[in-house]
Design a binder for this molecule. Structure first.
Ligand code: ADP
Ligand code: MG
Length: 247
């Protein structure tokens, strides 16, 4: 059932890490507004994320982390420059192509969890599979597996309001993994959690990157969490503070 194209790109990464990276960002520019009031959020950012790595993106508030993640995730389009995810150049995709990319290839985790309040944990995890019309039996099996993976097998029937913040973020991580994404994008996933709970959530992310073979790009300004990453990129003044280390 392996898709030929993705199998090829996975092979290529062994021989050519830069060319076969999961994420490749080249000379990305993004401004908000025009004229004197324009904010140049990103001014020429380039880096790549190798397959299977957890890359942390740090930088003070307003340094452009969310802007960058939105561009990599196909939620926003750059003024110039290119984003390639798993071999697909995003500017070549139309609205529908971007929607499919976000649904099928990328899992998103946000600071505010983003769970649907009236759905149970299990139903929330199942949403991305419903959008893809996954067979209900397959869907339910995968939901159970994912809830077990994030340590919430006993909480499947609870609604978000009946879960702690850390538990809600675990549900969100399980949901993000539902469609077996190639790439996980997390924007300050521990921003609303206390230090101890935040570290546990980061450790869970670290573990699923290994166990699920997913690649992750995680924005955080929590210094304690950066040690878990394979590499750290720092944004400042719209650019990377240090060039990304060579793979
Ligand atoms: P971070 O996530 O690192 O805090 P952001 O990407 O949210 O940074 O913001 C980068 C810069 O772009 C900031 O100066 C912010 O005020 C500005 N910005 C972000 N989004 C918008 C927007 N929709 N309209 C105008 N300015 C924005
Ligand atoms: Mg942000």
């Amino acid at each position: 059932m392996t898709e030929g194209i993705s199998a090829q790109s996975r092979t290529a990464v062994v021989e050519d890490p830069a060319g076969g990276a999961m994420v490749r960002v080249e000379n990305l520019h993004r401004s908000y507004g025009t004229g004197a009031s324009a904010v140049h959020a990103l001014r020429g950012v380039s880096f790549s994320v190798p397959h299977g790595e957890l890359v942390a993106l740090k930088g003070r508030s307003g340094s452009g982390k969310t802007t960058l993640l939105n561009l990599v995730g196909g939620l926003d389009t750059p003024d110039s420059g290119s984003v390639t995810v798993d071999g697909t150049e995003l500017s070549g995709l139309g609205e529908h192509g971007l929607l499919e990319l976000r649904r099928d290839r990328i899992g998103f985790v946000f600071q505010s969890f983003g769970l649907i309040p009236i759905l149970t944990a299990a139903e929330n995890v199942g949403v991305p599979m419903r959008l893809r019309r996954t067979d209900p039996k397959v869907r339910e099996e995968r939901v159970a597996l994912l809830l077990a993976l994030v340590g919430l097998a006993d909480h499947a029937g609870r609604r978000p309001g009946e879960l702690s913040g850390g538990q809600q973020q675990r549900v969100a991580i399980a949901r993000a993994l539902a469609n077996r994404p190639a790439l996980l994008i997390a924007d300050e996933p521990t921003g609303q959690l206390d230090a101890e709970t935040g570290l546990a959530v980061m450790e869970l992310l670290r573990a699923v990157v290994r166990s699920e073979g997913v690649t992750a790009l995680v924005a955080t300004h929590d210094a304690a969490l950066l040690g878990l990453a394979d590499r750290v990129l720092e944004l400042g003044d719209g650019g990377l503070v240090e060039p990304a280390p060579q793979a």
